[in-house]
Design a protein around this ligand. Structure first.
Ligand SMILES: [Zn+2]
Length: 192
C-alpha cells in the first residue's frame, strides 16, 4: 500500500507519493491516454479479472502513434503488421503524430516512451522520460522531480487529438461567476 501525501501544495516529503499527482496521472489514462499494444505487437483488452483478450482494433490513442520509417518518414503503428509493430514499440523512436499534441510541444515531435525492453503498462502509454522528465504523463513517479499539479499543454493537446474538447480552467469560470453573483447580491442588498 503506497504511503500517500494528501497535501495540495505539490510538496510531498521524499518518502511519500503525492496523491493529487498520482490521481491526475491515472485519471488521464482513464480518459483514453493509453496504448493497448503488447510487446508482441498485438492489441489486447483486459476483462474485469485482468485476463487479456486479443482484439483486432487499436485504442484511440494507438491511432496517433507513429514510428520512424526510413530517414524522413513516419509510419503509424496501426498501419503495421504485428511483427513490425513489436519492433516499433521497443525502438526508442516512437512519436505522437497528431496536431494538437505537437502544437502543445511548440511544434516539435512528441517522443513517447519506447525503451528497448518492453515494459507492460508503461511502454507507449507515456511520454518519453528523458525528453519530458517533469510532465504529468511521464512513465515513472520520481519524487526527486517536482510534482506538477497542472496538466501540461502536450498532454492537453493529446487529449484533444483523441477527441476531447478542452474548455477553460473551471476555476476561472467559477471565480468570474461567483464574482458576478456576489456583485449582484451586494447591489440587491443596497436597493432594498
Ligand atoms: Zn501511467
Amino acid at each position: 500500500m503506497a504511503d500517500f501525501y494528501f497535501g495540495l501544495d505539490s510538496n510531498p516529503p521524499q518518502a511519500k507519493f503525492d496523491f493529487v499527482f498520482v490521481a491526475m496521472h491515472e485519471i488521464t489514462h482513464g480518459l483514453g491516454f493509453g496504448s493497448i499494444v503488447g510487446g508482441d505487437g498485438k492489441y489486447r483488452l483486459y476483462d474485469s479479472l485482468f485476463n487479456p483478450h486479443e482484439t483486432t482494433l487499436p485504442s484511440i490513442f494507438d491511432r496517433f502513434v507513429e514510428a520512424r520509417y526510413g530517414p524522413d518518414k513516419m509510419k503509424p503503428i496501426t498501419f503495421m503488421d504485428k511483427l513490425e509493430r513489436a519492433a516499433a514499440v521497443i525502438s526508442d523512436d516512437l512519436f505522437w503524430g497528431s496536431q494538437f499534441g505537437i502544437a502543445g510541444n511548440t511544434g516539435q515531435p512528441v517522443e513517447l516512451y519506447a525503451p528497448s525492453t518492453f515494459v507492460s503498462g508503461s511502454s507507449v502509454s507515456h511520454l518519453d522520460l528523458a525528453a519530458f522528465p517533469n510532465e504529468l504523463m511521464r512513465p515513472k513517479y520520481a519524487p526527486s522531480n517536482f510534482p506538477n499539479h497542472s496538466i501540461g499543454l502536450i498532454e492537453l493537446g493529446m487529449l484533444k487529438d483523441i477527441g476531447w474538447i478542452a474548455v477553460p480552467d473551471p476555476s476561472t469560470l467559477l471565480l468570474l461567476g461567483s464574482g458576478l453573483v456576489g456583485a449582484g447580491l451586494i447591489r440587491f442588498g443596497r436597493n432594498k
